[in-house]
Each structure stands twice: as structure tokens, then as C-alpha cells.
Design a protein around this ligand. Structure first.
Ligand SMILES: [Mg+2]
Length: 431
């Protein structure tokens, strides 16, 4: 159901509700309609669960078992890498999110042992089972997601080198060899003029025509945090940015869950007036009933999901038609396979995938690969610059933004070669 139809349906339903007292036959009609709606939702859940149960890794690419013999976390200063080796001597390597500094005991004590001796061809199953091994689901969030994603990236890199294929080809087809990007900006703590200047500085660095701005103050429940001059700032910034860049700029807005339902609807209407293309985290990320209320009330597409760590919110919001754009984070959500499953669920419901991107390391490379395999990837994707502490080479892509797009590396694995001398500086982190 598209947004216009959904709103029509809601207004019809509201009409039925207001007439309930006067005409019992309408009550029966309302009940029938509710039953019909229930069965639609039920069949959507069945469709989504089927997608969740379908493995992504193309097992047929590997004729014989790929037994994981060693799985190591390596550290040098603030840098963490993950290295996996098979019993046949194949190797894969990944760069961890910088918050691995907080979570390395989980890598070593809660996850590592489960992978050892397993056949990497069973990766989908391993990723499902590991949640229940040692009650790991209790750690869900960045604590589980970051170490799990780091391990998964290394395994996919190894499988890519064994098969000579890029990670995208291991788990799907390449739909987008180039990823169009938007410039992600922050600066919400600054006063209006300074905020506006910083946005312009950021946009001027890249050859792109898409930009995301922050609206609202901070996160949900922080109305007590007032910066001087900020109340009412977003209401001025939204039209200012549109007036400055004109109609050719794609604009997006993110409130990081700042608003309550009423405030979000008001801000959403303003964004609609100035033709912003989506509204991200309009209300608190885990109040999914509220997200749906906001989505139903507005025509602007609603995006959510960067804080999610389980499939539960996505499943509910997609089945209930309460979200338009799903945004799992490749690291926080536990890797490519899990994130692509969210994208596939969204695709089945006619919705869009625009993953959140954690900054640092090789996050922008890993993200480009998940976007490349999803046919329902959005028009532009998060981009926070090429700055990284990792020296590497990428023979198949220049890694620059030209004409608003970044080419996705095409070589085996993630298509990058991390400088071996840099890897050698790292030592194994013990449990
Ligand atoms: Mg966001």
C-alpha cells in the first residue's frame, strides 16, 4: 500500500469509527475490515519470516568444506584487525570498528570459540546459532554486533579469495556497481549561522548533489539540553538550506529520535513543504508504534533502524506498513548477511534500503558492497569521507566521488589489500 492509499485507508477507517454509535451494521463492516487487515499483516509476517530463513551465502561456489582453523583479533595502538585462516591455508582479513576497544573480550570469550572448526560455508546458520550460544543474545547491540560483523567480514573476505569473487557475488548479484552518496552533516549543537556555514563547507568538498542535515536538538528525552539560540533553529534551517541549494539538491533530514509524535508530524510537514526526500528517526527509535503513527500521518518517507540490533522492529514496522526506509548499520547489526536480510525483507514489502554507516576503518568500503547487492537501495547513501587510519590499496576503484558516485571495488573479497607492513605491526589480543 503506498502512502497516499494508506492515508486514504486510515481516513476511511476513521470515518467508520466515528459512525460506530449510530449504525450497528457499520460496526460489522468495521470488524470485517479489521479481520481483513489482520490477515494481510499475518501473511506479510509469513513472507518476512520466509526471507529470514533463506541463506544468502552461495554455498555452491565452494566444492569442499572451508574449515575455520584460526580466528584472531589483532591490535596495534588503537587499530584492531581480524584475521581468519582455514585449515587449507586460505586467509581473510577485516578492519574492526573503533569501538572494538570496548568489546574485544566479547570477541575472544563469547564468539571466537563458536567459529573454530566450523565450515565457513554454513555462515548463515552460524550467524543464527551464535545468538543462542552462551546466551549471546543478552549482549545484543553494539557489544555483540561489532565483534560479530568484524568476524563475518573477515570470513567473507577469505571466501572471496578462495572463490576469486567479490563479497557481493558471494551473497547476491551486483545491482549497483557504483554507489551514489549524500554528504552526511552534524553540527546540531551550533547556532543557526554557524551551522549553515559548516554545512556549506562540507558540501563543497564533494562532487555531489545530495545532503542530509540534522534537525531537532539532541536525542529523545533531551529537551532539557538547550543550547543558547537553538529553540526554533531547525524551523529556520530547513527553508534556508533549500533556498540556498535550490531544487536540484536532494535534501534529507535526521532528528536522531528527538521529537515526540506531535513534534515529529509538525517537523515532517515542514520538510514536506520544502521537498525534503525523507525524515530519519523522527521519534525515538524503539517506539515503533509511534514511528508508524508518524509515517501514517505524513507523505514524506520515514526512515529508521540505525540503532536496531534485532530483526524484531524491522519485522513489525514492515508488516504494519509503518516505515518506508530501513537503515541497519553494517557493524552494529552484526554484518553484511544480517543487514542484507533486512534489505530483502524491505524489498518484499516494496520499501527502500539505505544502511546507516559507522565512520572510520574501511566502513565506507564494506557499506558500498552491501548497497551494491540490494536492488531496493535508495537514491543516495551515507558518506562520511575517505579518512581512515588503514593504509591500503584498491586496484579496481579510484575511491573518490565523481559525479556524485563512488565505484564499488570489484576484486576478490572486499577488493582491498591492506598494507602487509601495517598488519605486521599488530599483535594478537589474547582472551
Ligand atoms: Mg541517523
Amino acid at each position: 500500500m503506498d502512502k497516499t492509499t494508506r492515508r486514504t485507508f486510515i481516513s476511511q477507517a476513521a470515518g467508520v469509527g466515528s459512525a460506530l454509535g449510530a449504525a450497528p451494521w457499520i460496526l460489522n463492516g468495521g470488524a470485517e475490515q479489521a479481520t481483513r487487515q489482520d490477515s494481510i499483516v499475518k501473511s506479510k509476517y509469513a513472507q518476512l519470516d520466509k526471507i529470514l530463513g533463506q541463506p544468502l551465502l552461495k554455498r555452491a561456489l565452494f566444492k569442499s568444506p572451508v574449515i575455520i582453523e584460526t580466528l584472531e583479533l589483532l591490535k596495534y595502538e588503537n587499530s584492531y584487525l581480524c584475521r581468519v585462516r582455514s585449515s587449507d591455508g586460505a586467509e581473510g582479513i577485516s578492519v574492526a570498528h573503533y569501538d572494538m576497544a570496548l568489546f574485544h573480550p566479547i570477541f575472544n570469550r563469547k564468539l571466537r570459540r563458536f567459529f573454530l572448526g566450523k565450515d565457513a560455508r554454513d555462515l548463515d546458520l552460524i550467524l543464527e546459532r551464535i545468538l543462542f550460544y552462551g546466551l549471546n543474545f543478552r549482549l545484543e547491540g553494539m557489544a555483540l554486533g561489532i565483534p560479530l560483523a568484524t568476524i563475518e567480514f573477515a570470513i567473507l573476505d577469505m571466501l572471496g579469495h578462495i572463490s576469486g569473487k567479490s563479497v557481493g557475488h558471494l551473497v547476491g548479484e551486483i545491482h549497483h556497481p557504483e554507489v551514489p552518496v549524500y554528504v552526511a552533516t552534524e553540527f546540531r549543537h551550533l547556532a543557526l549561522e554557524e551551522h549553515f556555514d559548516k554545512i556549506q563547507e562540507a558540501v563543497a568538498q564533494y562532487d555531489t548533489n545530495a545532503l542530509k542535515i540534522k534537525v531537532g536538538y539532541m536525542h529523545y528525552g533531551t529537551t532539557d539540553i538547550h543550547y543558547p539560540g537553538l529553540p526554533g533553529k531547525s524551523e529556520k534551517l530547513v527553508p534556508m538550506v533549500r533556498a540556498h541549494y535550490g531544487d536540484d539538491m536532494f535534501l534529507y533530514a535526521d532528528s536522531n529520535g528527538y521529537y515526540d509524535v506531535e513534534g515529529a508530524i509538525k517537523m515532517g510537514q515542514l520538510l514536506e513543504e520544502y521537498e525534503y526526500s525523507y525524515f530519519e528517526e523522527p521519534v525515538r527509535f524503539d517506539r515503533f508504534e509511534d514511528i508508524k503513527v508518524v509515517a501514517d500521518a505524513l507523505a514524506i518517507p520515514i526512515a529508521n533502524g540505525e540503532q536496531d540490533h534485532s530483526f524484531t522492529n524491522f519485522r513489525w514496522l514492515l508488516a504494519q506498513d509503518g516505515i518506508d526506509i530501513v537503515q541497519p548499520d553494517n557493524y552494529y547489526f552484526g554484518g553484511m548477511i544480517r543487514s542484507i536480510k533486512v534489505a530483502r525483507m524491505a524489498e518484499a514489502m516494496g520499501k527502500t534500503f539505505i544502511p546507516h554507516m559507522s565512520g572510520g576503518g574501511l566502513g565506507f568500503i564494506y557499506n558500498s558492497h552491501i548497497v551494491s547487492v540490494c536492488p531496493n537501495a535508495g537514491k543516495h547513501h551515507e558518506f562520511k569521507g575517505f579518512r581512515t587510519h588503514v593504509p591500503f590499496e584498491c586496484p579496481t576503484a579510484p575511491l573518490k566521488i565523481s559525479n556524485g558516485k563512488m565505484k564499488v571495488p570489484a576484486g576478490p573479497g572486499f577488493g582491498v589489500q591492506i598494507d602487509p607492513d601495517f598488519v605486521k605491526k599488530h599483535t594478537v589480543v589474547g582472551p
